[in-house]
Design a protein around this ligand. Structure first.
Ligand SMILES: [Zn+2]
Length: 190
């Protein structure tokens, strides 16, 4: 008997997750954090999942993770799913990245930087889970990836390619002003 949390958990210990390793503002993201989240998700009362199209429509997003109530919100169409397609996997993995920063009580990363890091983590996951054809394919991403791969302790926050990707994520993916997201999400643990 499998359920949606099993499907999420499988992603946390997947081939794609095993390749996600980089540093941002002194925080080292390692694959073991995803494996830890998989365990924490199974502890009753620690992490919550809601399937609610109205909440997503109000927030104008496809999915979200709310760090204060430790709650994922996903589309109603995903409820009861035990198999996630590629775009659903990318979406879930992205939100799990936010949950990890909350779980680890990470401080010092702005919202814009966190969204960009989540997008990069999701892209690395996707490249390795499904092959390079799913990669964003831009020179900035490829250059940043080469630096991360050569040295996972390389801090991406002040990198020029990271900043270009951040502008894209904020203005194109999120539809916000380029100046959006200078404050931090509240990472109060889960
Ligand atoms: Zn996000």
């Amino acid at each position: 008997m499998t359920d949606f949390i099993d499907a999420m958990g499988q992603l946390m210990t997947s081939h794609g997750a095993a390749k996600v390793s980089f540093t941002i503002r002194g925080t080292k993201i390692i694959p073991g954090m995803f494996a830890k989240l998989k365990k924490v998700m199974r502890i009753k009362g620690r992490v919550f999942i809601k399937f609610d199209d109205d909440t997503l429509a109000r927030a104008e997003v496809d999915a979200m993770y709310r760090p204060w109530p430790n709650q994922f919100v996903f589309p109603e169409s995903m409820q009861n799913k035990t198999f996630l397609n590629a775009s659903e996997q990318r979406m879930v993995f992205h939100e799990c990245f936010h949950a990890i920063l909350d779980m680890e009580r990470v401080k010092g990363i702005s919202m814009a930087e966190e969204e960009t890091a989540a997008y990069i983590a999701q892209s690395i996951f996707s490249d390795n889970q499904f092959g390079d054809e799913s990669s964003p394919g831009w020179k900035e991403y490829n250059r940043l990836l080469a630096k991360i791969t050569a040295d996972p302790s390389y801090d991406i926050a002040e990198d020029d390619d990271f900043k270009i990707i951040k502008d894209y994520v904020v203005t194109k993916k999120m539809g916000k002003k380029a100046s959006w997201g200078t404050t931090e999400y509240v990472h109060d643990g889960i």
